[in-house]
Write a protein that binds this ligand. Structure first.
Ligand SMILES: [Zn+2]
Ligand SMILES: [Zn+2]
Length: 332
């Protein structure tokens, strides 16, 4: 998804009036710097909160089962091809992250104390957007196997200060600064048992004066993030808008559990530079990334796929429901 990642260390460029697609790339590079700061703080601090893995024998046993299941779902995924046009990997030299690398990297995991994902509708929404946020909460629950709590919708107090909002020629509406939302709105209401608090907003967002807009931003150290629906094209079609929102939610939550961008397959955890690339990606995670979720949450692969199939069937995602059902059968 169009967001920062832990690996890239590309130099920051100055903003410049370039075509929109190129500007999208530049926005990502700027975010990388922000993300690296968060990641550094987070990786330093997480050692006290990450649960110690089970005894070695059990881990070995689990890992071999996970590797066996990974092989069984390989046929469902398309290997990542050579980047075309403005594809993410054409402008981001990323190393990827295998399941084994992920486990070796001591990633952040939900703990006994912090085991819920909170979803907050922030601001005002159309009825279609409200419906999609509700469905997305259900998808996160099935995808990560963690309880998801929908928080009561919260308004953004206006007028906003000059430093927390702006109007530019790149946006038709007043934009809201992500740092304000995370620091002043989300952090004060972060529940103690939250593994992550994800706010969805219909506001157009910006992180600072060097960037035209961002789709979202997360602070891993603080366990809060905000993502905007504003540029996801809810006017396009309900199905397209729903799938984009599910992908962004699953992808960004994956980052909050230390999952890096995937370069091995067309995968929900692959970086994307534009909505067309997002649309090309599945709502599911590839074998390497699914293995991370199985290991992270202790989910049994077949049972998890059955839940995902049921979720998709109940929400009009017939193709995905069929795929998840076949994956459930494959990993049995
Ligand atoms: Zn990302
Ligand atoms: Zn993947």
């Amino acid at each position: 998804m169009n967001c920062p990642n832990l690996n890239s260390r590309r130099p920051r460029r100055k903003p410049h009036p370039l075509p929109q697609v190129v500007l999208t790339c530049l926005r990502h590079e700027r975010l990388i710097a922000l993300f690296l700061i968060f990641a550094t703080i987070f990786l330093t601090s997480c050692t006290n909160t990450v649960e110690t893995p089970a005894a070695n024998a059990t881990v070995k046993d689990d890992l071999s089962k996970i590797h066996a299941a990974m092989r069984k779902i390989e046929p469902f995924f398309k290997p990542m091809g050579k980047p075309e046009g403005y594809d993410w990997l054409g402008s981001h030299n990323e190393p990827g992250q295998t399941f084994d690398e992920y486990v070796a990297g001591d990633p952040t995991k939900p703990t006994k104390q912090r085991n819920k994902i909170y979803v907050l509708p922030l601001g005002t929404f159309t009825s279609q957007q409200k419906k999609v946020i509700d469905i997305t909460a259900g998808y996160l629950e099935a995808f990560y196997g963690l309880p998801v709590k929908m928080m009561a919708a919260k308004a953004i107090k206006r007028p906003l200060s000059v430093k927390d909002s702006r109007r530019t020629k790149y946006s038709k509406v007043e934009q809201v600064r992500t740092g304000y939302l995370m620091e002043d709105v989300l952090k004060p209401i972060l529940p103690g048992d939250a593994a992550a608090l994800i706010a969805f907003t219909n506001e157009d967002l910006f992180p600072d004066e060097t960037m035209n807009y961002v789709f979202g931003q997360a602070s891993l150290e603080e366990r809060v993030g905000v993502w905007s629906l504003y540029r996801l094209g809810d006017h396009a079609s309900y199905d397209v808008f729903l799938r984009r929102t599910l992908k962004i939610a699953a992808h960004e939550t994956g980052h909050m559990f230390s999952m890096r961008h995937c370069i091995k397959y067309e995968c929900v955890m692959s970086g994307t530079n534009y909505l067309g690339e997002t649309d090309r990606r599945p709502i599911d995670a590839c074998p390497e990334c699914s293995a991370k979720i199985w290991w992270l949450t202790g989910a049994e692969p077949a049972a998890r796929y059955k839940k995902l199939a049921e979720f998709c069937r109940n929400n009009g995602l017939a193709h995905e429901a069929d795929e998840f059902t076949r994956k459930a059968a494959a990993v049995r």
